[in-house]
Design a protein around this ligand. Structure first.
Ligand code: NAP
Length: 261
């Protein structure tokens, strides 16, 4: 008689409470769905409630655990309240994906509006800073150890003449990531960033709409020859936030089809 052994593998994020910003669409929505499939209880944050609700409902319909909270990354009180909501709901925070961000109208820096620079700073850099600070406190007070992942960009690692303010803030996010990894490593709170390449989301399509041909041009510079589906970025995020990446901290990991190679 032969016996068959079935090995059940727990999800990458089983048992973890995950906070995801920019979770209403694009990379953040793909990540929230994937994290839930991988066993996490997920709190989705962004400004547009309809989008958040719809993704959270889908996750619950598929058997996952998801809630949403409105959050404007440009508003410090709202960022802190959103992170605190994860602890109110689940009593802990284990992992956080600081992914929400915005772009300014493309163009050379001497033609940029000062207000656009200020907005990109407020959302992409200060918002990330505020979220990281609140997340470290929440992780330390509850789970005790955990992981934070920031969404940077390939644009942070090269000249970006079309989006100079965006690229500058993303490079600053890389710096925050490294500094926080050094500061919180001794507490076993890992801090990394991913640098996505061309990814088919509303943000990219909006850029392509005002600068026609951008997607084709980027794909021509990408060894894999195509743009990413948001889920391909989310897969890297799930791994970096999971215990399988337990010795990875302070890294900016390109998920870019080879564009930086
Ligand atoms: N797509 C690409 O090719 C690409 C490449 C490199 C890096 N990235 C990065 O990937 C991340 C996700 O972008 P995406 O491509 O998925 O873009 P997206 O589809 O436009 O999604 C952006 C998300 O961020 C949220 N957001 C924007 N401003 C916000 C604010 N003030 N407060 C809270 N949430 C805010 C949006 O929701 P609300 O508008 O409802 O608030 C939305 O959920 C960003 O960090 C982006 O810079 C994207």
């Amino acid at each position: 008689m032969t016996t068959t052994t079935t090995t059940v593998t727990a999800g990458l994020l089983a048992g973890k409470v995950a906070f995801v910003t920019g979770a209403g669409r694009g990379i953040g929505a793909a990540a929230a769905r994937l994290f839930a499939r991988e066993g996490a209880r997920v709190l989705l944050a962004a400004r547009t409630e309809d989008e958040l609700k719809s993704v959270a409902e889908d996750i619950r319909a598929a058997g996952g655990v998801a809630d949403h909270v409105r959050c404007d990354l440009a508003d410090a009180a709202s960022v802190r309240a959103a992170v605190d909501r994860a602890v109110e709901l689940h009593g802990r925070l284990d992992v956080a994906f600081n992914n929400g961000a915005t772009i300014a109208p493309p163009g050379p820096l001497d033609e940029a509006e000062e207000a656009d620079l200020d907005h990109v700073y407020a959302v992409n850099l200060k918002g990330t800073w505020l979220a990281m600070a609140a997340e470290v406190k929440a992780i330390r007070a509850t789970a005790g150890a955990g992981a934070i992942l920031n969404t940077s960009s390939v644009g942070s690692l090269m000249g970006n003449p079309e989006l100079p303010a965006y690229a500058a803030m993303k490079r600053a996010v890389n710096s925050l990531t490294a500094s926080a990894a050094v500061t919180y490593g001794p507490e076993n709170i890992r801090v990394n960033a991913i640098a996505p390449g061309t990814t088919l989301t509303e943000m990219l399509h909006a850029w392509d709409a005002v600068s026609p041909g951008v997607i084709d041009g980027l794909n021509a510079r990408t060894p894999l020859g195509r743009a990413a589906d948001p889920l391909e970025i989310a897969q890297a995020a799930a791994w970096l936030l999971s215990d399988r990446a337990s010795y990875v901290t302070g890294a900016v990991v390109p998920v870019d089809g080879g564009m930086l190679a």
